[in-house]
Write a protein that binds this ligand. Structure first.
Ligand code: BEZ
Ligand code: FE
Length: 287
């Protein structure tokens, strides 16, 4: 029998977790045990601090449900989500880079036509965002579906608003034969991540800015290509260099040009001033 000491406990725990039947689980759990023990040793973790951490984890679980993903938010603000994205999407430098999914994507958005409005009835400055989806060789990708979602001018996503009975600021647009797409929406604004839970409590004890710069989310899933989860950010937006979830990339920053009332990119007209943004998404072939 081997009795436990401060010196041998890590080896004992690693040995125990190395019995996981799935070899990858064994690799993950033994590394986790080693790093957790090293952390506790490095900071000389006290019992009060350990208990505070347990309570924080409990609250993080308790506030979570199918609409609120507090653990994902914790991973986002720690930079873990973005690190995992970067390690798992080492794309060709010419391909559009990926960024975090975030907690607000909703499946099953309505399919809208070229230039159709996904912001129907909501206040805000009209924005036409158009461009193409292409492959690395510059060939158009026809029939590609862009799943798009964004927050309203109060910074709220549909899933944060109770009792919404129609899709709100989310839609699917399909590229035409020339790879072209055009979506009509309202200009996004920067917003704060939810600060009323344990993640907000922790962030609030630091000097970390809890805002995200103005952006629109895209999920582009085309057979034969790597699925692309990304955002486009407005050039010059506040918080671009302090995004609380580390999601910004230079290649994803787009200029929103101010336009006078008149012809719009979908062939229609606008009676009010509007904004125009152009972006060409480049997809990486699978494999
Ligand atoms: C978002 O952009 O929707 C988001 C991403 C990570 C955390 C919170 C919000
Ligand atoms: Fe967002």
């Amino acid at each position: 029998m081997q009795l436990v000491t401060e010196d041998n406990i890590t080896d004992l725990a690693v040995e125990r977790w190395s019995t996981a039947k799935d070899p990858r689980l064994a690799e993950l759990m033994t590394a986790l045990v080693r790093h957790l023990h090293d952390f506790a040793r490095e900071v000389r973790l006290t019992e009060a601090e350990w208990m505070a951490a347990m309570r924080w984890l409990t609250k993080t679980g308790q506030i979570s449900d199918e609409k609120r993903e507090e653990f994902i938010l914790a991973s986002d603000v720690l930079g873990l989500s973005m690190l995992v994205v970067q390690m798992n999407h080492r794309l060709d430098p010419a391909a559009t880079p990926a960024t975090v999914l975030g907690p607000f994507h909703i499946e099953g958005s309505p399919e809208l036509a070229y230039g159709e409005d996904m912001s129907e009835g909501l206040p805000g400055t009209p924005l036409y965002l158009h461009g193409t989806v292409r492959d690395l060789a510059g060939n158009p990708v026809a029939g590609g579906v862009l799943d798009v979602w964004q927050a309203d001018t109060e910074g709220a996503y549909e899933s944060q608003i109770p009792d919404v009975d129609e899709a709100r600021l989310r839609a699917k647009y399909t590229t035409r034969g020339d790879g072209g797409f055009c979506l009509r929406t309202i200009a996004p604004l920067g917003y704060t991540i939810p600060m009323d839970g344990p993640v907000g409590d922790l962030v609030g004890r630091t000097r970390i800015s809890h805002f995200r710069p103005a952006h629109i989310h895209f999920l582009i899933n085309v057979p034969g290509y790597e699925p692309l989860i990304t955002h486009l950010f407005q050039e010059g937006a506040e918080y671009l260099d302090s995004d609380v979830v580390f999601g910004t990339k230079q290649e994803l920053v787009v200029r929103f040009e101010e336009r006078e009332p008149g012809a719009t990119p979908d062939g229609g007209t606008s009676d009010v001033p509007w904004l125009e943004a152009r972006y060409d998404f480049v997809l990486q072939p699978q494999g």
